[in-house]
Design a protein around this ligand. Sequence first.
Ligand code: PLP
Length: 400
Amino acid sequence: MEPRFPLAARVGDIAPFHVMEVQTAARALEAAGRSIVHMEIGEPDFPTPGPVLDAARRALADGGIYYTSALGIPELREAIARHYARHFGVEVAPERVIVTAGSSAALLLVFALIVGRDDAVLLSDPAYPCSRHFVRVLEGTPVGIATGPDSRYQLTAGSIGQAWTDRTRAVLIASPSNPTGTQIGPDEMAKIAALCAQRGGHLVVDEIYLGLSYDGEPRSALATTGRYADDLFIVSSFSKYFNMTGWRLGWIVAPERHVRDLEKLAQNLYISPPTVSQRAALACFEPATLEILEARRLAFRARRDFLVPALRALGFGIPVMPTGGFFVYADSSRFDADSRRFCRDVLEGAGVAFTPGIDFGTHRAAAHVRFAYTIEMAKLEDGVGRLARYLEKRPADAAA
Ligand SMILES: Cc1ncc(COP(=O)(O)O)c(C=O)c1O
């Protein structure tokens, strides 16, 4: 018999991930014998670096795969803190570092700490969808602020100040962003941190793509926000730069006064981050691994340098050069006013898969698509060639 009570209202408010639907449709076509170029997938195609796999094998051979501290093993917290000093030129106390089960758990912990019922969290539209869903699951209100090319698809102190209300408790920034690959400049980040402090709200900065920066030295918000840096919540991950998506490992750099409460939340929500993954991740900071990762970063940059001009030449609107991550957010309205239909048609007609803007918010979502350059150059070239041939034949009003 059906239970008498309906499901929790939050479930209805969580949208499915359309990228997964694109992927499922693409895989179905592959199963039917079609060749597909995958530009929808938001994870690096590179395998986990060899030294990390070796460290995992050693951890398994040594045994002792028990729960760890909810904050993570001390050696890894220290290694992450040292990484900030070496890579981003900023001192971070290891006590501020909390190892988590992916940055997904990091975002969940931080929002669980700061978001109460009906509290508002400001974030950009477009943005990574799970962030606003985390806020909703916690009975808060995600408030998307429309962003466009004029602000590099990022929030500004001005747009945040205008959207701020009595209910606002926090601002979430992702830099570089998914889906746009754009970053916030150091001056604007400092202004945003000052504004949040002045209004008494929290600033959460998702830097999971920061290691994959292509133009100039990557700057963590910890290095650009001066006296406000100690109050930031930085969220990061081993998934993208370190090519460890399936290991489910990330971290928070939290204000020291909040570490104890975050520990309590982590203990209760998932006890501890995965033990084998933590021991494996210690090898991420060895010179041999960093060398592999640097070569891969350069490969991503070369792919971006090929893909952006190639898509522009086909007629996609890319007014701002993405400077990090592995995504290109492109205006596709010249081809079709409905990007969901456009993605479906191109998948079926050309065998190229990419993601409709609807996954990332509502602001001009139907006019945009996201390409991921998480495939090797030869496949990217194949994808662009297929698109060119398809678009040449498709009348501009194909979908009218
Ligand atoms: C901006 C952003 N934040 C967080 C995540 C979550 O990643 P993970 O939980 O693998 O660290 C993703 C994943 O795609 C992302 O794009």
